[in-house]
Design a protein around this ligand. Structure first.
Ligand code: HGY
Ligand code: MN
Ligand code: MN
Length: 409
């Protein structure tokens, strides 16, 4: 098995070396945003790898690239993840799962074996949502969850919507809306992903088996006050939008810490007019709050909206715009058990854990049998240029997935 692991690890390493060069910010991490030159280059790269190994390759209306390997049964298992990234992100988030999928198909082909199910190796588009604020583009399209209005409502920092960006890049937004896949004929969806946190490394575990993916609520909060001279306007007659936001953000942190395991952050802040000697008139900031407990998450969001209402009573005008709301997604328990058996059979240490990160599996898993395999993130960090996972661990996930597919009832 060692030889097989080394062989697979070497191939994954080569792919990672190639794909990390497909970035809009060379030298400053991986930046591959949807409907950009980088995403097109990535699609071409994945298409080339998949067709060279003999898969039938299609690109769907969402920009997902899918390589099909016929199996004994026409029932399909999609094995995939996303090829887009955050800005200045890492080379493994998403991409590693696609490359493991390619290596799973390559294993069957290399050994002259027909997989028990027809495999769809999928590079999915815009899981992150970092350009338009939406996210899960391909996975939501798979379930037919997009409307024309959605695609027009989500806009990037230059005011370009999904809708227009798709047209610019030669995609048809109206086709995306009709890109829903029939539910029948699916055995399920399997996603391999780097853990992006410290748990597996701390435990020294090789294979992580996800039980649930946390619920996520994302909003943009806008508070509008009044611009004034920073020196002459007395403090008690100011409507300083940033000071108002500081109150809300301080409360956000306090409320999040009241619930065990809940996390929350303010990742994006835009101030207007953003000048050192002008009292800020307007601020828009993001909140991203997550919990494995839906009721807690709802309670926390309610408290935050009450804090925003208080600012309105102080004379500010405020807006809360929800950009993501995804409830907890449970992985298929029978698949969790089979993955455990497979990892154990192959002699890989393994553990069950929850995912604090969102994944395409969080969407697809709502309607199709779904499971996730994690590999350790070195240093327990992700969404940074230094993100790293060991290709040998990824190769172990490949062999675990193959054993799982071969023994799935
Ligand atoms: O935000 C997340 O959890 C994921 O990286 N989209
Ligand atoms: Mn990510
Ligand atoms: Mn990811």
């Amino acid at each position: 098995m060692e030889k097989e692991l080394d062989f697979i690890a070497e191939r994954i390493e080569k792919y990672i070396e190639d794909t990390k060069k497909i970035t809009a910010t060379p030298g400053k991490g991986v930046t591959r945003l949807p409907f950009t030159l980088e995403s097109k280059r990535c699609v071409h790269y994945l298409e080339k790898q998949m067709s060279q190994m003999g898969l039938d390759v299609i690109e769907d209306a969402s920009g997902a690239v899918i390589g099909i390997l016929k199996g004994k049964s026409p029932e399909r298992i999609m094995i995939g993840s996303h090829y887009d990234s955050v800005e200045h992100g890492g080379a493994y988030d998403g991409m590693a799962g696609i490359l493991c999928g390619i290596e799973i198909a390559a294993y069957y082909i290399r050994h002259g074996l027909e997989p028990p199910y027809t495999l769809e190796i999928a590079g999915l588009n815009d899981e992150e949502g970092d350009r338009f604020g939406g996210g899960y583009l391909s996975s939501k399209a798979f379930l037919g969850k997009w409307t024309t209005n959605d695609l027009k409502d989500y806009v990037d920092k230059n005011g370009i919507s999904y809708y227009d960006a798709m047209i610019l890049y030669g995609y048809s937004p109206e086709h995306l809306i009709r890109a829903e896949r029939p539910r029948k004929g699916w055995k399920g969806y399997l996603e391999i992903h780097v853990e992006q946190g410290p748990i597996m490394e701390d435990q020294g575990t090789e294979i992580g088996i996800v039980e649930t993916i946390v619920a996520i609520e994302r909003y943009y909060i806008t508070i509008i006050g009044k611009a004034d001279h920073a020196g002459t306007q007395p403090m008690d007659t100011r409507s300083d939008a940033v000071m108002a936001a500081v109150d809300v953000i301080t409360k956000l942190r306090q409320y999040v810490l009241e619930y065990k395991g809940m996390v929350g952050t303010v990742g994006e802040i835009h101030v207007y007019p953003n000048q050192i000697n002008i009292v800020p008139e307007k601020i828009t900031f993001s909140i991203d709050v997550r919990s494995a407990d839906q009721a807690w998450l709802d309670a926390c969001i309610h408290k935050i909206s009450e804090e925003v209402k208080k600012k309105e009573s102080e004379g500010f005008s405020c807006e809360l715009k929800q950009t993501m709301s995804n409830s907890v997604t449970k992985m298929k328990p029978e698949w969790v058990k089979q993955l455990e058996k497979s990892a154990k059979k192959l002699g890989f240490s393994n553990m069950r854990l929850n995912s604090g990160a969102g994944h395409d599996a969080a969407i697809i898993g709502k309607e199709i049998d779904t499971a996730m395999l994690f590999v350790p993130s070195i240093g327990g960090r992700s969404h940074i240029p230094e993100e790293y996972s060991n290709e040998k661990d990824l190769a172990k996930a490949v062999l675990t997935a193959i054993h799982f597919i071969d023994h799935l009832q």
